[in-house]
Each structure stands twice: as C-alpha cells, then as structure tokens.
Design a protein around this ligand. Structure first.
Ligand code: NAI
Length: 325
C-alpha cells in the first residue's frame, strides 16, 4: 500500500444507506483495488455512538484498503483535505412536517456543509449529494461554496437510471449491460423523466426492439417513478443498498470513466437544453479523464418535451421556495 490514501467524507454515517455504503467504499468499490482510502464520517452529535458501532464492524472486516477512519460531528473537520464527498445525511420528513419546513431544514444543513466544503476540502474534490431533496440540496451547497468549483458538485439520479435500465433490459430480454444511451432527466423525484428514445441494446434501437410505446409511457415511466415507494411498502424501510450502490456507481464512473457509455448525473446547469442556471439537474453524460461531459444536441418531441418541462419546472419551483424562505 504505497500510494497515499484518498480521503472520502461521508455524511449520515449512522443511517441505513451508509450501513451498506461504508463497507463497499472501504472494500475499494469507488477507487479500485489498489487505492487505500480514509473514511471521514460525519453525523449529528446524538448519532456518534451509533457511528462508533458501525466503525467497530468496519474494523472487524479487516479491509486491507482501509487506511483510517475518522468520526466527527463537526462539518469542517469532516471535509478536511477531502478528495471526494458523499453527502447522504439529510433531514427526513417527520410526521405532520410541511414541505416548506423540510426544505428549510435541509437548506440550513447544506448551507453549513457548503461553507465547510469551501473552507476545508481539496479544490479537485468530487462531491455527490444523495440526501433528499438531492438536486436542490446540491444547488444550495454550491451557493455556499463560492471558492469551490461548482462543476464538481453533483447530485445523484443514478438510482433512477439503474432502475430504468433494469426494467428495460427485462422487457427486451437482454442483459442489463447491453443497454446503452439511456437518459434520465430532471429531479430525483417522481417527476424524473426516464427517456428511452435514444436507447439501444446490442446496437439496436430499444424502442423498436420492445415496440410498445404504451408500455413505455404507462408502465415503465410510472414504475421507475414509484419504485422508491414500492420498496418502502414491501420492505418497511426505504431503498438503502440500491441507493448506496448507485452512489458508488456515480462516483466510480466519474473517476474512472464510462468508455463512451451514457450515464445520468445531476449536474449544475450550464444553460444547455434551456435548463436555468443555478439548478442542479439530471442529464445524460459520459465520463472520461476524471470529468463528466453532457451529451449535447438531443432533441425533444412533444411528449418528451412535456415530461422534461415538468421535471425542470419542479426543480425551479423548489429553488424558488428555498429562496423565499
Ligand atoms: P437515515 O434516516 O437512515 O439516515 C440519515 C442519517 O443522516 C442519520 O444518521 C442522521 O443522523 C444523519 N444526519 C441528519 N442530519 C445530518 C447532518 N446535518 N449532518 C450529518 N448527518 C446528518 O436515512 P437513509 O435511508 O440513510 O437516507 C439518507 C438520505 O438519502 C435521505 O434523505 C433519503 O431520502 C435519501 N435518498 C436519496 C436517494 C437518491 O436517489 N438521491 C435514494 C434513496 C435515499
């Protein structure tokens, strides 16, 4: 283990997503089998005992790549010299809580964490926000980290992308690895738009292969949109292992590249596709050389345009609601 270790800040460390995520990151699933990692774990003061319990279990796994673990309830300490950050912790909606109060509570969390990121992380750190509302939380983080490159602050829509890829592969009767050029646009919420129009399987157009536009509109899109609720109802708890897996896919692909394959990431808008600047919006990208690049020049038909406008409109509304607070 001669390479210097990569420092990864992970928030919400006592939560259920992290109970899967931490073990996979420590095993090398983000940076690969030759790269030691140090975990810098942030959670609230009242969750510190639970984090210590998870760290005991990390110790008990004897992961060869795990070069150190730090636990803290101080955001700036957590972000110190970070090479990457996975922001999972956020305020969940409690019973009777208004949407406005939820947005306000999370805006406050991501404001504090944005300042800490700005003060303490490496300038080339890659950040993925998982905690909901993930896109808006990422936009607030960027607003409060003015000296940190905004393009390195992203949000996770990869779980929706993976959900759609899996459903499409099953319907087409192909392996999921055959699915290419799938796009998921917009907000990580039930309005997200899983767009199959450009998708292929083994080089063949997926819409032609499946040949069932009604299934696409009336089954695929709602299935992906409501998948989180379906898992919650069946399991009695929200998606955790699949969310951790998607966060790892997101960061892994950003760092290692996608070989020309499209993946979906929430990225700060550069104004393309008419997405207002200041929003962090799910778009299709490819990754190479440690950078993501938006797929440019895609066109929209009437149905796609209406789906796209709805989800981007929701993001704009969330940001306006936060601004009004
Ligand atoms: P959880 O409730 O089990 O854990 C959340 C953890 O965050 C708790 O340990 C809590 O103490 C901590 N936390 C709260 N405020 C914090 C703060 N200010 N700083 C540091 N830690 C803080 O939740 P779970 O299941 O792990 O989910 C975490 C988040 O991920 C939720 O917001 C959930 O909605 C979101 N999520 C996002 C997905 C996506 O696709 N973007 C998919 C699935 C979940």
């Amino acid at each position: 283990m001669s390479r210097p270790a990569k420092r990864i800040t992970i928030t919400g460390a006592a939560g259920q997503i992290c109970y899967s995520l931490l073990f996979r990151v420590a095993r090398g699933d983000v940076y690969g089998p030759d790269q030691p990692v140090i975990l810098q774990l942030l959670d609230l003061p009242q969750a510190q005992a639970a984090v210590r319990g998870v760290v005991m279990e990390l110790d008990d796994c004897a992961f060869p790549l795990l070069a150190g673990v730090m636990i803290t309830d101080d955001p700036e300490t957590a972000f110190r010299d970070a090479d990457a950050a996975m922001l999972v912790g956020s305020r969940a909606r409690s019973k009777g809580m208004e949407r406005r109060d939820l947005l306000a509570a999370n805006a406050e969390i991501f404001k504090v964490q944005g300042r800490a990121l700005n003060a303490a992380a490496r300038r080339d750190a890659r950040v993925v926000v998982v905690g909901n509302p993930a896109n808006t939380n990422a936009a607030i983080l960027a607003q409060h980290a003015p000296d940190f490159p905004a393009e390195n602050i992203t949000s996770m829509i990869r779980l929706d992308h993976n959900r759609a890829a899996s459903q499409l592969a099953a319907k087409a009767g192909v392996g999921v690895e055959a699915i290419e050029r799938l796009a998921v646009w917009g907000n990580h919420s039930p309005t997200m738009f899983a767009d199959w129009r450009f998708a292929t399987a083994g080089g063949r157009s997926l819409p032609e292969l499946i040949g069932d536009e009604t299934w696409y509109r009336e089954t695929l899109i709602p299935t992906v949109a409501k998948r989180g609720t379906a898992v919650l109802e069946a399991r009695g708890a929200s998606s955790a292992a699949s969310a951790a897996n998607a966060a790892i896919d997101h960061l892994h692909d950003w760092i290692h590249g996608t070989d020309g394959r499209w993946v979906s990431m929430g990225v700060p808008s550069d104004g393309s596709y008419g997405i207002p600047k200041g929003l962090v919006c799910g778009v299709p990208v490819t990754c190479a050389g440690g950078r993501y690049e938006r797929i440019a020049g895609l066109t929209f038909d009437g149905f796609a345009q209406s789906m796209f406008d709805r989800t981007v409109g929701e993001l704009a509304e969330e940001m306006a609601a936060v601004a009004a607070l």
